[in-house]
Design a protein around this ligand. Structure first.
Ligand SMILES: *[C@@H]1O[C@H](CO)[C@@H](O)[C@H](O)[C@H]1NC(C)=O
Ligand SMILES: *[C@@H]1O[C@H](CO)[C@@H](O)[C@H](O)[C@H]1NC(C)=O
Ligand SMILES: *[C@@H]1O[C@H](CO)[C@@H](O)[C@H](O)[C@H]1NC(C)=O
Ligand SMILES: *[C@@H]1O[C@H](CO)[C@@H](O)[C@H](O)[C@H]1NC(C)=O
Ligand SMILES: *[C@@H]1O[C@H](CO)[C@@H](O)[C@H](O)[C@H]1NC(C)=O
Ligand SMILES: *[C@@H]1O[C@H](CO)[C@@H](O)[C@H](O)[C@H]1NC(C)=O
Ligand SMILES: *[C@@H]1O[C@H](CO)[C@@H](O)[C@H](O)[C@H]1NC(C)=O
Ligand SMILES: *[C@@H]1O[C@H](CO)[C@@H](O)[C@H](O)[C@H]1NC(C)=O
Ligand SMILES: *[C@@H]1O[C@H](CO)[C@@H](O)[C@H](O)[C@H]1NC(C)=O
Ligand SMILES: *[C@@H]1O[C@H](CO)[C@@H](O)[C@H](O)[C@H]1NC(C)=O
Ligand SMILES: *[C@@H]1O[C@H](CO)[C@@H](O)[C@H](O)[C@H]1NC(C)=O
Length: 446
């Protein structure tokens, strides 16, 4: 990922807002049709399945290699959550084309600027494909989980005890800016990948690494009382921590901790999950709607940062599945955030969405553009509301994984969605009227 210093505004100016995307976040059919409209917009920005362009990459200048990974992750989940397989073929090809000669998401075209977090976002997308039994179009490529494991192995080998007591660096190569920085994104992704591999394989090596990476993040002060800070320079042994907070860093840690709690039933992991979650819900939500507080309202979100809320939204939804005790805190806020996106951001007739989901979206100086990241984030927050009625994910052996369908007696969406759903059991769901009440304060729409 690029540093927050580099502002890249390569965005498309949206038309003046006239209407809102139709969405009832408690009705699965409504969620699916809203997700379908936004997914179509996301895919419309992709040229990689045309012969003139490279598969797996969004080639528009200002879109970066790593950004494609969460998009493929979202579209794998889109297929799983909605049953619409329209994009499976291009998504499978994209995830396979970028594996590189060692099948570890280090393709030579990218390595000169590739960071550990860039690489791990691709591994997490492959993991999503593994857990959802996503079809692999080309049998000459290793399985999705093998690709994820290969990335894990490269990063475990980069663990560096020489400074800051451990951690992986932000950058892989010494010639890149950021080689002397250790950050929460790289280490948080490695933690999440370890936890997901632990759940998928039951191999204790991965749970050991989850414990090791998380403990280090606390020890070095990147995680402190539920807050997740950006990172620190290693030349001063990480003693001066940047206190910038990005929602997606917290999202990776919350989901990984929730998986570890489910795997171990250890109160320590429950406490970590709950402490992180409480801080996130306080820091990154305003009037029940998610916002990227470090950049959104001052109009400085760079291209990368427009992806963060979407990444966070789906991580919170997945957390609600594997740690049901969190569902009653999380799901109502995903409903109100999705409604906020539909009403305040997805107002263009073409299904594109702007950045800001709160009522401040009517401030044209901070919100009036749409891009891959803003469309992606809207897709994730909308489809996040389908997790309660989804099928179970799988493990290596095809059995039900953590987060699986162990007890099924209804669906969180309160709709007629099919599938052996996990019952998220959300007492006191906000009514649509309450949600609208929240987000319409001081803002006239419709
Ligand atoms: C690219 O993918 C889209 C979406 O699946 C499809 O509609 C289109 O026909 C594809 N184009 C080519 C050249 O394969
Ligand atoms: C690398 O770049 C070359 C030249 O643009 C292109 O032909 C090739 O498909 C790219 N490979 C990958 C994996 O992106
Ligand atoms: C399958 O992957 C191999 C190895 O990357 C490649 O040579 C081949 O062209 C791919 N086949 C298809 C149908 O994509
Ligand atoms: C560097 O930081 C680590 C972790 O906080 C600590 O264990 C170690 O003693 C520090 N090293 C030096 C030389 O201060
Ligand atoms: C567990 O995972 C580690 C790391 O990938 C690997 O080296 C080891 O062989 C695995 N163990 C088993 C029993 O598969
Ligand atoms: C939960 O974690 C916090 C620090 O994050 C700690 O202060 C508290 O004692 C822990 N509670 C339990 C029950 O472990
Ligand atoms: C998080 O907030 C919930 C709800 O307010 C509370 O029950 C729980 O104890 C909090 N967790 C921690 C670790 O403080
Ligand atoms: C819109 O956002 C800009 C940038 O943060 C701010 O200066 C301005 O006061 C805002 N306008 C309104 C009407 O909120
Ligand atoms: C999965 O299958 C392998 C090989 O048959 C076996 O060693 C392993 O214990 C199984 N894991 C689980 C979680 O069932
Ligand atoms: C683990 O996940 C399953 C399925 O979602 C859930 O039923 C179970 O309660 C979870 N276990 C714990 C300890 O939260
Ligand atoms: C859970 O899902 C598995 C795999 O999809 C299926 O075989 C099993 O019947 C389901 N169990 C329940 C209780 O729905």
């Amino acid at each position: 990922m690029r540093s927050a210093r580099f502002l890249s505004v390569v965005l498309v100016v949206s038309s003046t807002s006239v209407s809102a995307l139709d969405l009832d976040p408690k009705n699965a059919d409504s969620i699916k049709s809203a997700a379908k409209a936004v997914a179509k917009t996301v895919v419309s920005l992709y040229n990689g399945n045309k012969s003139v362009e490279i598969p797996g990459i969004f080639s528009t200048p200002g879109f970066y290699w790593w950004q494609a990974a969460p998009v493929w992750d979202a579209l794998v989940d889109y297929s799983f959550l909605t049953g619409d397989t329209t994009y499976n073929d291009i998504v499978g090809k994209a995830l396979q084309f970028q594996v590189g000669p060692n099948n570890d998401y280090m393709p030579p075209n990218q390595t000169k600027s590739e960071g550990n977090d860039d690489q791990s976002f691709w591994a997490l997308a492959a993991m999503t494909a593994a857990e959802r039994n996503f079809p692999a179009p080309n049998t000459s490529i290793p399985t999705w989980s093998t690709l994820a494991t290969n990335v894990f192995n490269t990063q475990a080998a980069r663990w560096d005890d020489k400074t800051c007591g451990g951690g992986v660096r932000w950058q892989i190569f010494s010639f890149n800016n950021g080689y002397n920085y250790k950050n929460s994104q790289s280490n948080g992704n490695l933690f999440e990948l370890s936890a997901r591999l632990a759940a998928f394989t039951k191999n204790a090596t991965y749970s050991d690494w989850a414990e090791k990476t998380y403990s280090w993040l606390e020890q070095v002060g990147f995680v402190n009382n539920g807050a997740v800070y950006d990172g620190a320079d290693l030349t001063t042994n990480c003693t001066s921590v940047s206190h910038l907070q990005w929602s997606n860093n917290a999202g990776a840690l919350i989901y990984g901790s929730a998986i570890m709690y489910n795997l171990t039933s250890d109160a320590k992991w429950r406490n970590r999950t709950s402490t992180l979650l409480n801080a996130t819900l306080t820091t990154f939500f305003k009037d029940g709607i998610m916002e990227e507080v470090a950049c959104e309202n001052i109009g400085t979100c760079a291209s990368d940062q427009t992806f963060f809320k979407g990444i966070t939204a789906i991580h919170l939804a997945r957390t609600a599945v594997v740690a049901p005790f969190t569902a009653q805190s999380i799901m109502p806020l995903l409903q109100s955030s999705a409604t906020g996106a539909a009403v305040n951001a997805c107002t263009a007739p073409d299904g594109s969405c702007t950045l800001i989901w709160t009522a401040s979206a009517n401030n044209a100086s901070t919100s009036g553009v749409t891009s891959l990241g803003t469309d992606f984030s809207a897709l994730e927050v909308i489809q996040a509301n389908l997790v309660g009625s989804a099928k179970s994910i799988v493990t290596q052996n095809g059995s039900t994984a953590v987060g699986g369908n162990s007890s099924s007696s209804g669906s969180a969406s309160g709709s007629t969605a099919k599938g052996s759903g996990v019952n998220l059991a959300i007492p006191g769901l906000l009514s649509v009227a309450q949600i609208f009440g929240l987000i319409l304060l001081g803002h006239v729409v419709l």
